[in-house]
Design a protein around this ligand. Structure first.
Ligand code: SF4
Length: 476
């Protein structure tokens, strides 16, 4: 055994040279310069909101308020490659889809207009959501947008990101755009309208006698609603336009077949993208001869409020002083008001279009009921991604549907890492639940859709057994 010890060794003094450059301040991240009112006419807003219909309806707000805008449209597979090329490593794919879409479009604008990168920075701004997915990587989205644009050479490109402090510069006095109450109301109306037409597509695409005719009428309904929403009198005109669209959709001849019912849930982006972000999953299922239960952004917005409400209730209970209690009480009032407004508009517009008249399923699930249902298996106050929803929805639908798909981005922490583990328990309680978990990665489409096809095959077998059983009882 050696008797040497660090203290017994002779200490050698090494003189370290003072560096030539010493950083005096901490790095504060990328800059996000303000967009001033005087430049309002000069600058074009680039935006896209998860999927085409939501962006389509949001244009009404920009039109009415005199903004120049470009709807970047649906996310495409290629966006993941762009996002990976310019973004950080090991992100979940909604981040690659959203930041990739932005950078792909900036290069496209550069190619098509011949403008320099500096001119693009001066003439365009991007508007998007701050935490378009879960709280697990919340806050990284805005930084990721800034990273990709700056690394790609669009230095100082401006972002308007709501529910994030990154757009704070843009909100100052004299800013050309604010996320005020009117923007939020218009955003809410846009996603409710998109949800109601999604209900129409889910109802008519698999059942219509002439699918292309049904889809063309849904497109016509979109135009009718957009026209009403673009008017300054949209509060009055939208209910009338919805009633007109509902009457038109009601006339579409439908088959009376009993198709397998498939429920799709999962992480918000993968579940609700309705484009290449989730391999157009719902449309694929419908075109394979099954009915798919619609997925609602409205439900997700209500869940966000519900989650914040639980946080506020806990904050009130454990507040250490009056100031803290007052803060949480204010937060609770805000969530309750927001929930009441969303519910009011959804019910109002729902009554106007009457989805049941064309076979639409438009029921928004009660979040308190779901929290109770899943309580023993996934505590409703574990927040992240969709929280308890995936597990609670599986229990809620176990005996009501013929197939249940949980769809999440590759490597999603709350959904792949936690919910899927709990679903094993749910499946042991409901062995007849035809369950499939899939991970979207932007590629691998054939593999994923073939797994979905197998679930659909089992669902069809289940339905045909049921029909056979019924007919043999009648025959007896
Ligand atoms: S919920 Fe999943 S996909 Fe969304 S940010 Fe979190 S890890 Fe990413």
């Amino acid at each position: 055994m050696s008797t040497d010890s660090p203290t017994s060794a002779k200490t050698k003094i090494i003189r370290v040279k003072r560096p030539k450059y010493i950083k005096k301040t901490q790095w504060n991240g990328y800059i996000n310069p303000s967009w001033r009112k005087k430049d309002k006419k000069k600058v074009t807003i680039l935006y896209n909101m998860i999927e085409r219909r939501k962006s389509f309806f949001l244009q009404a707000y920009f039109k009415r308020n005199g903004y120049k805008y470009i709807d970047l449209g649906d996310h495409v597979k290629e966006d993941v490659r762009w996002g990976k090329e310019w973004g950080n490593r090991m992100e979940c794919n909604p981040m690659y889809f959203t930041s990739g879409s932005l950078i792909r479009n900036l290069f496209k604008i550069q190619r098509e207009t011949g403008l320099s990168k500096e001119e693009i920075v001066d003439n365009y701004i991007f508007l998007g959501g701050g935490g378009q997915c879960g709280p697990c990587r919340y806050g990284m989205y805005p930084q990721e947008y800034l990273k990709v644009v700056n690394d790609a050479g669009f230095n100082g490109f401006r972002l308007l990101i709501f529910s994030s402090d990154i757009g704070i510069n843009q909100q100052c006095k004299g800013g050309a755009f604010t996320f005020d109450i009117w923007f939020l109301i218009n955003f809410m109306i846009a996603f409710i309208l998109a949800d109601l037409l999604h209900v129409a597509e889910c109802a008519l695409r698999p059942y219509a006698k002439d699918k292309s005719h049904a889809l063309s009428l849904i497109k016509k309904a979109e135009e009718i609603l957009l026209k009403a929403f673009t008017s300054r009198l949209y509060f009055l005109k939208l209910p009338l336009a919805l009633a007109r669209a509902g009457k038109m959709l009601m006339q579409i001849p439908r088959n009376k077949a009993r198709l397998p019912k498939i429920y799709v849930t999962g992480e918000f982006f993968a579940n609700l993208a309705h484009n290449e972000g989730n391999y157009n999953l719902r449309r694929f299922i419908m075109d394979e001869g099954c009915e798919v239960i619609p997925g609602f952004f409205t439900q997700r917005a209500l869940y966000d409020n519900w989650r914040r409400k639980q946080e506020a209730l806990r904050g009130i209970k454990y507040a250490v002083n009056k100031k803290e209690k007052a803060f949480w009480k204010k937060s609770l009032r805000k969530q309750n008001t927001s929930t009441a407004i969303i519910t009011f508009f959804y019910s109002w517009y729902h009554r106007s279009i009457r989805p049941e008249s064309f076979g639409g399923k438009s029921h928004i699930l009660n979040l308190d009921v779901l929290a109770k249902l899943g309580y023993d298996y996934y505590h409703p106050e574990i927040f992240g991604g969709e929280g308890n929803l995936e597990v609670a929805e599986a229990i809620y639908h176990a005996n009501k549907i013929d197939g249940f798909i949980s769809c999440k981005p590759f490597g999603c922490m709350p959904s792949s890492g936690v919910s899927d583990g709990v679903q094993a328990k749910v499946m042991s309680m409901y062995p007849n639940l035809n369950f499939l978990s899939i991970e979207t990665s932007g590629d691998n489409e054939v593999n994923i859709l073939s797994r979905v096809s197998m679930l659909l095959f089992k669902a069809k077998q289940k339905v045909s057994r049921e029909i056979h059983k019924k007919s043999s009882i009648i025959y007896k």
